[in-house]
Design a protein around this ligand. Structure first.
Ligand code: SF4
Ligand code: FES
Length: 248
């Protein structure tokens, strides 16, 4: 009996030398305990060293190995070959991003958007170090913890139909990270984030399709974060209109 094999169809594109992208097929040994990333590493090590892709931790932590696997955004280190065997596995770069080479996408757009939402603690006035830590109760930590689990893997952007049509949309992860800091009891920077969140390309662009939450491997629920941001923004607006003397 021959050893089982599986075929990977991998997107290949070197912009400096290829006019158009193409798919290359690789037949490799099938191992039930391998994930797609193991298969790609096998190809890189044994068959074709020119293949370009990103990965680091192989355990769903670094967020760098996101790819379209049979049309779905997945972490390649968390997608087992046995989910697809005996059928071929088609591997493409994450949708909705420019391709730098093969499976490597350009992240500049997200990096710019991330910077725009000020994803760090903002204090109106810092306390002196001698006052000690900013302590939080378990409930205060729970208020933002889910949104702090984001690993910047970009699966939610690859799944988002709004981002596909309107690349200016701030997008799921950037908004979820803004919420992560807005909900932190130590933070006082909500008003600084509000201009970006409620801008033309901010939270109101979201049509609540929810595909971002389905794709998210860390259960961040970016769709929920966006709806909470919309609610907070609406309450804020009513307070400003109905209580202009100081309702905030
Ligand atoms: S919200 Fe989820 S899918 Fe989006 S970047 Fe963060 S971890 Fe990835
Ligand atoms: S290799 Fe780090 S998340 Fe997959």
């Amino acid at each position: 009996m021959t050893d089982p094999t599986i075929t990977l169809e991998i997107f290949r594109y070197h912009p400096e030398q290829d006019e158009t992208p193409s798919f290359r097929r690789y037949e490799i040994p099938y191992r039930e305990d391998w994930v797609v990333l193991d298969a790609i590493n096998y190809i890189k090590d044994r068959i074709d060293g020119t293949l370009a892709y990103r990965w680091s931790c192989r355990m769903g932590v670094c967020g760098s190995c996101g790819m379209m696997i049979n049309g779905t955004p997945r972490l390649s280190c968390a997608a087992f070959l046995r989910e697809y065997y005996p059928n071929p596995v088609r591997v493409e770069p994450l949708a909705n991003f420019p391709v730098e080479r093969d499976l490597v996408i350009a992240l500049d757009d997200f990096m710019h958007k991330l910077r725009e939402v000020n994803p760090w603690l903002i204090r109106a006035q810092e306390r002196p170090l001698s006052d000690g830590e900013y302590r939080q109760t378990p409930d205060e930590v729970a208020a933002y913890k889910q949104y702090s689990m984001c690993i910047n893997c970009m699966l939610c952007y690859a799944a988002c139909p709004v981002y596909a049509l309107e690349p200016r949309f701030l997008g799921p992860a950037a908004i979820a990270l803004a919420q992560r800091y807005n909900l932190d009891s130590r933070d006082q920077g909500r008003s600084q984030r509000q201009a970006v969140l409620s801008s033309e390309d901010g939270i109101w662009d979201c049509t609540l399709v929810g595909e971002c939450t389905v794709a998210c491997p860390e259960h961040v629920d970016p769709a929920g974060a966006i709806q909470r941001a919309k609610l907070a923004s609406t309450i804020n607006w009513y307070k400003r209109v109905l209580m202009p003397w100081g309702g905030r």
